[in-house]
Every structure is written in C-alpha cells, then in structure tokens.
Design a protein around this ligand. Structure first.
Ligand SMILES: Nc1ncnc2c1ncn2[C@@H]1O[C@H](COP(=O)(O)OP(=O)(O)O)[C@@H](O)[C@H]1O
Ligand SMILES: O=C(OP(=O)(O)O)[C@H](O)COP(=O)(O)O
Length: 401
C-alpha cells in the first residue's frame, strides 16, 4: 500500500506550520531512570531534522511504557527530552501534558525550527481507546501530521490512527518509510529455511502472533517469558515464572497446530531459575521438568542454547523479537548473548537476520553485534505483525500516495 511520505512535502508545505510528529520513544531505562539504549530516539532524527530545517514547528508525541491511563512519574518523557536535546544540539520544549491549555500556550509561542515534546500520551486512557474526542484535542495544536512511530504502528490508538481524521495531510516519516522498504522486501520472498525467534515479556500480546507465523515460517523458537505458559499448558510446574493463565488453551492449540503443519516448534529444554527477580538473585540451571517451587525462570539454559544454535545453523532468514531472558541482569544474559552471537555469525554466511523491538535491539547493542545484523528494526510487535501479513493501522490511516 503506497502512502504519502514526508519526502513528498516541500519547504513551502511545512514552513511555519505546526507539525504533529508521532514517534516511538519507548526506550529502555535502567533503575536510575537512565536511557540504556537510544536507538529509537536516534531513528527519529532524520524526520525531526528535515522538518526543523524546513522551518516547521515540530511537536513530538510518544507513549512510554504502559501507565494504563494514569500519570506515573517514572513514565514521564523527561529523560527522552534531555537525550533528544543532546542529539539535536538544540533545546527541546518539554510539556507536562499532551493536551490542554499549558500545551496550547507553549506551542503558541514556538518559533519556526523549534522542537517541543508532549508528555506521555498514555497518561490518558482515551489514547489506547482511540477516543475520537481525545484525538481531536491532540490534533487541535497542529496543522499537519507525520507518523514516524514504526514500533507503535500496530496499535490503533488516538495518536497513531485517530488523529489522522483531524489533520491533513497525514504522512509517513522517514523511519516508517525505511522500515517498510526493508521489511516488506525481506518478508515477501524470504530465503528459506525461515525461522522466527519469539521471546520477551509481552506474552499476551505476542503469543497470538505465533498462530499466523505457523503458516509463514519453517521453524519457531520460543524463549524469554513466553515459554512458561507453554510448559504450564503441558502440565509442568513453573514455580513463580511469568505465566498467562488465560492463554493455556491457546498454547496447547499452538503446539498441536505446529505438529500438524510440520513446523519445527522449539521450546528450551533447560532454564536458569532465580529465587527472586533481582540481579544478585541465587541462580541454578534446571531441566524444564524440575523448576523448583517458589523459583522463577529468567533465562534459557546452556543445553537449550545448543539446541537453538543447531536449529538456526541452516536457516537463510531469521527474524527475532524478544530477548531469551532478563538480559538486563548479567546472571541471566547468557542465553540472549549466545543467540545474538549466533545470528551475527549467520549474517556472515549470507543469511538475512532481522532483530526488532526496543529491548531486543538494546540486547544486541549491549552484546556489541548490532552492526553485524542485516537489519535492526525499531519495532518488535510491529515487525512480527508485518511478517504475519497484517496491515498496520498506524500506516493504513495515512494519506495514499
Ligand atoms: N523469563 C523472563 N521472565 C520475565 N521477563 C523476561 C524473561 N525473559 C525476558 N524477559 C524480559 O522481556 C523484556 C523484553 O520483552 P519485550 O518488550 O516483549 O521485547 P521487545 O522490547 O524487544 O519487543 C526484557 O525487559 C526482559 O527482561
Ligand atoms: O516497545 C514497543 O513494542 P515492542 O516491545 O514490540 O518493540 C512499542 O513501543 C509498543 O509498545 P506497546 O507494546 O506497549 O504497545
């Protein structure tokens, strides 16, 4: 689907205009609220700098985390404003809300070429409900709309979808354009065998993706917090590990469907368990049949790493979203590190390797192999949904080219 892009707008189209730019600044933070990986902020720079150089007033909007419609101090975008200002080399006007009088006043006094950052849109429950009145309020402070939030393009929310009904033109930014160009080409005719690696902690929103992936891929490797729902569905004890109780039937169905379709469906054979969720927790490696009561699985074990490496060795295309374990804690980073190195070597043999997602990208950056992958995508769920063949609502809503 060809969409109108920022590249098609001239200086005359944007100069002096208030441009609402939806970005995905949902970046990983450490315990001290420091940004641990700024890939998503750097990825938005071409769009922001293009607009400022053309004399636009750039009004940036993003979500951060999942505050569920409430103001959560730890989910303010203040660290993002600071980092963005450093990267742009100019001040960023930080607003304390995303709608309302204070925002209108700050935007009203902006000069051409200035940049403002609205507060976390998810502090308002109406954002995720795609509430039209809220979308209209967001749009009220702008003349036109640029969506560059590829990582959030699979969400039909007010700031990604609803707002397009009130702003014209509504176009795709350079990041979305670049991501689509790469991913669509890679996904349309992948070299086979094609493997998907799915891990991380967003089990409820990503487990459903596996069903469609079974029709697209030759192998599925499951890691991270995703695995325990499958183990519990098999009747195994998982201690205090992350489990989605209402997805147990789905997990059973997925395993059965994979068998039926002849898709290799790999779950780890051993895990590293911890006695609590902390960097200095006591840890031990156990087989999946022996997860002790009261312990939680925080990484895949060394045996699983070998099994995964063997399964990946003949793959010509791999798409990976979701770390294998809690890689932020060194004790539970070995599985993620090993898979990152494996994919880096595979790329060297000519395979196509795509890593997507805020934390997954942070993990491969931490290992130091990001530049050895074929493509680093700012979207995890978004790139998986593209692979599924779905239309992303944040892109579908933009003006046709
Ligand atoms: N076994 C596990 N239990 C709990 N959390 C996990 C586990 N394995 C990985 N995680 C967490 O998953 C998070 C990333 O998940 P997710 O947001 O789905 O990935 P991405 O941002 O790459 O799309 C990381 O912060 C990591 O600590
Ligand atoms: O981090 C994100 O997605 P990802 O973890 O799938 O890469 C996006 O910012 C979307 O966040 P959401 O899954 O809370 O809607």
């Amino acid at each position: 689907m060809a969409k109108k892009t920022l590249a098609s707008l001239s200086s005359a189209d944007v100069s002096g205009k208030r441009v609402l730019v939806r970005a995905d600044f949902n970046v990983p933070l450490d315990g001290d609220h420091k940004i641990t990986d700024d890939t998503r902020i750097r990825a938005a720079l071409p769009t922001i700098q293009d607009l400022t150089s053309k004399g636009a007033k750039v009004i940036l909007s993003s979500h951060f985390g999942r505050p569920k419609g409430e103001v959560k101090e730890e989910m303010r975008l203040t660290p993002v404003a600071t980092r963005l200002s450093e990267l742009l080399g100019q001040p960023v006007i930080k607003c304390d809300d995303c709608i309302g009088d204070e925002v209108a006043a700050k935007i009203g006094s902006m000069q051409n070429g200035q940049v403002a950052l609205l507060e976390n849109v998810r502090f308002h429950a109406e954002e995720e409900k795609n509430d039209p009145a809220f979308a209209e309020k967001l749009a009220a402070n702008a003349d036109l709309y640029v969506n560059d939030a590829f990582g959030t393009a699979h969400r039909a929310h007010a700031s990604t979808e609803g707002v397009t009904k009130y702003l014209s033109p509504s176009v795709a930014g350079y990041l979305i354009e670049k991501e689509l160009q790469y991913l669509q080409a890679a996904i349309e005719k992948p070299q086979r065998p094609l493997a998907a690696i799915v891990g991380g902690s967003k089990v409820s929103s990503k487990i459903g993706v596996i069903e469609t992936l079974l029709d697209k891929v030759d192998k599925i490797l499951i890691g991270g917090g995703m695995i325990f729902t499958f183990y519990k569905a098999r009747g195994l004890s998982v201690g205090k590990s992350l489990v989605e109780e209402d997805k147990l039937d789905l997990a059973r169905e997925l395993e059965a469907k994979a068998k039926e379709k002849g898709v290799a469906f790999l779950l780890p054979t051993d895990v590293i368990v911890a006695d609590n969720f902390a960097p200095d927790a006591n840890a031990q490696t156990v087989s999946i049949e022996n997860i002790p009561e009261g312990w939680m699985g925080l990484d895949i074990g060394p045996d699983s790493v070998k099994v995964f490496q063997e399964a990946l060795s003949d793959c010509k295309s791999v798409i990976w979203n979701g770390p294998m374990g809690v890689f932020e804690f060194d004790k539970f980073a070995a599985g993620t590190d090993a898979i990152a190195h494996t994919l880096a070597s595979l790329t060297g043999t000519g395979a196509s390797t795509i890593i997507g997602g805020g934390d997954s990208v942070a993990a491969v950056e931490k290992v130091g192999v990001a530049d050895k992958m074929s493509h680093i995508s700012t979207g995890g769920g978004a790139s998986l949904e593209l692979l599924e063949g779905k239309t992303l609502p944040g892109i579908a809503a933009l003006d046709d080219a």
